[in-house]
Design a protein. Sequence first.
Length: 470
Amino acid sequence: MTHASKFAFLPNLHETTSDANFRTALGPAGFLLSPAYATGPKRALAGQLAAFGLEVLADNGNFTLMATAFDRHSARVQTTLDAITNRIGLPLTDLDPGALTSDEAEQLEKLATDLRTEVLGLLPTPEERLASQLRMSATDVIGAEDPTMALWMRADLEPNLLPFTRTYYRSLNHRVCQEAIREIATIPNALQGRYYTVLSANSYDTACDAGREAANAGVENIAVGFGAYMADRNYVGRVRVNGRWRALEARSAAKYLRTLLVAHGIQRGYAEVAGHAPARLHCLGLGAPVMVALVAVLSADCEQVTFDATSPILDAANGTLYTEKDAYLKIRTKAVVDTLLSDGRRSWTCPCPFCADFLDQTPLACGADRARLGRGPATTADLRPGGRLYHAMLLFAEPTRQPDRGRVSRARSGHNHWVLAKVCKQASAAYRARALDAFAADVIQDYLRHSNATPAAQAVDLGWRLLRRL
């Protein structure tokens, strides 16, 4: 199944994305369905979507299992890490193993081992997982994966704190690729070319190794879980590249650096062995607009690149909207309200069908009506039911009850997905025009300019400049 665009975002099949109006307005190439949400009605809908010619990508469900494993040990992990931080007085991301006492090193190794044992014990057998995925009317399958590295990163157990070697991390991907080859031989022929082997990495070097293992095994389609990287709240002053630490110009957001370096490393490692890129890449858990654009550029040698994430749904519910007009940003709905209140001539001019439909039914206050609302800044109470701005700015408000909550969530979720679809279309257009380098440069400069060069934006710029020198 080939998409009209080289790059495509696949929404998660969810209450806010599953109705016909959403599909008509957005025209997605397909959807991702996770086993955790594969209810009977969802499976029936997935069958209908597949019959319509849409992609139904069946997830392997490991993200949910990792969350379960982490929750069981999170308090113990945090207590241990806090004690080490308090003793040393430095960010743990900057430490070398030699800075730990023998007791601390043993504690961290045991925590890591216990987490790995926990999550591996929760995984279904390959036969059980595949059977579950086939019941979803899958046209594409997220396959074998070792969740160890992703789980350790979620727990802030950075590789510099653990005794495991690069050879060990490579062995995890080696076993996954061998398992994938065995699984592919057992599934229906129509799915064999649509099976994605999930590679794991925690650095540029381990990403290169993961790509090499996939190519050595003859794996054609790969998936990479970016969700653990994008959930990382740490800042780092160095990164490990080609076997040595490289100091950074400034402490930078680890999530952007690692996302870019891993995306680049996997492509490079694969191409070194195979002489070409993987056929298809799926990016699990990657929904930040600026990262979707840049990872698309880094992966452009693949025949097809797709993305999925729950973030456009969760962000919508939590009051965050995406933009694509001036820059690929995330903005708070409260900030939009403050801007509208500060200048009565401003309006929300989003052309997406979701905003247009909502505002046709429930317009924002304007003119004299807006002037009577007063100036900002708006408070949380102002935007909740009964607040002075609630009905006047409902699209940007914080409804707590139905039907307003459902209407607002669907509109904002639809808007966020529409922006991600636009990002993918713009990246696809740049690819066809052979202008990806210029596209990436514009994305980064616009991001820096319109975000006022925040540390996050600076991390994106620094990471891009670093990997372009590799």
